[in-house]
Design a protein around this ligand. Structure first.
Ligand code: SAM
Length: 232
């Protein structure tokens, strides 16, 4: 910030949370920001267009995802430095939560660009509160590494006393439940599936029960896995 309090880069970055399924799960302020922004940087422009069309928002979009961020970041920073307002959205939920945003937030801080995060939908909050497991302390682990570092991460979690929250994709849910049971023991857990969508479901039980269920029914959709911490 300049001596007179002015920003060296006069633009503004908004991190806008978008629905994780139900299109109504968006705040009035988020809609206003998306409407008023000069540009929406979206992880998947086609998916974001569905939301924008639903709310009759015609703001131009550009893509910003993990594999083009090195190229796109300077362009977005240039827009912000020229005084534009950019709204960043991910495919679903809160940008920065297992979704791209970290790099641009860091660069905005370095370049003295104002940032605001609009609170809103994110998958782990409804999952942890619906799990029935203690919510006074929990740890968000995002996705377990698929290959390198997976074992180490699972070993690190063995002594974790807080409730553990993980994201998982449909084709790895069975493997992850099996690994969790092997490394953490047969603890109580919950799977929150397809939250806010038509086939929303929360399965609760021991990890071995949930593993059986997952193998028997080939569970589909998006999942949050919540596991009890190590018993004291
Ligand atoms: N930014 C998102 C958030 O704030 O929750 C997370 C994005 S991450 C790439 C996608 C993962 O979030 C999915 O694999 C799943 O674990 C979880 N997820 C997203 N939507 C979900 C839903 N409707 N029900 C359950 N889990 C969901």
């Amino acid at each position: 910030m300049g001596d007179d309090g002015s920003q060296s880069c006069p633009g503004m970055l908004y991190l806008v949370s978008t629905p994780i399924g139900n299109l109504k799960d968006i705040s009035l302020r988020a809609l206003e920001v998306l409407q008023a922004a000069d540009l929406i940087a979206a992880e998947d422009t086609r998916r974001t267009r569905v939301l924008l069309q639903h709310y009759d928002i015609a703001t131009p979009t550009t893509s910003y995802f993990d594999h083009n961020k090195e190229r796109k970041l300077p362009q977005l920073l240039a827009k912000l430095c020229s005084g534009k307002t950019v709204a960043l959205v991910s495919d679903a939920g809160t940008p920065g939560i297992s979704d791209p945003a970290f790099r641009i937030v860091r660069e905005c801080i370095v370049n003295d660009i104002q940032i605001e995060a609009l609170p809103g939908a994110t998958a782990f909050v409804p999952a942890v509160v619906l799990s029935g497991l203690p919510t006074d302390r929990f740890v968000f682990e995002g996705f377990l590494p698929v290959k390198k570092g997976r074992r180490k991460r699972l070993e690190e979690l063995q002594g974790e006393v807080r409730t553990i929250v993980l994201y998982e994709s449909p084709h790895r849910i069975t493997r992850t439940l099996r690994d969790l049971e092997t490394f953490l023991g047969d603890r109580q857990a919950a799977i929150a599936r397809e939250l806010t969508k038509k086939f929303e479901q929360v399965l609760r039980g021991s990890l071995s029960d949930l593993l059986q269920e997952s193998m028997a029914r080939k569970l589909k959709g998006e999942f949050v896995v919540v596991v009890a911490g190590k018993p004291k």
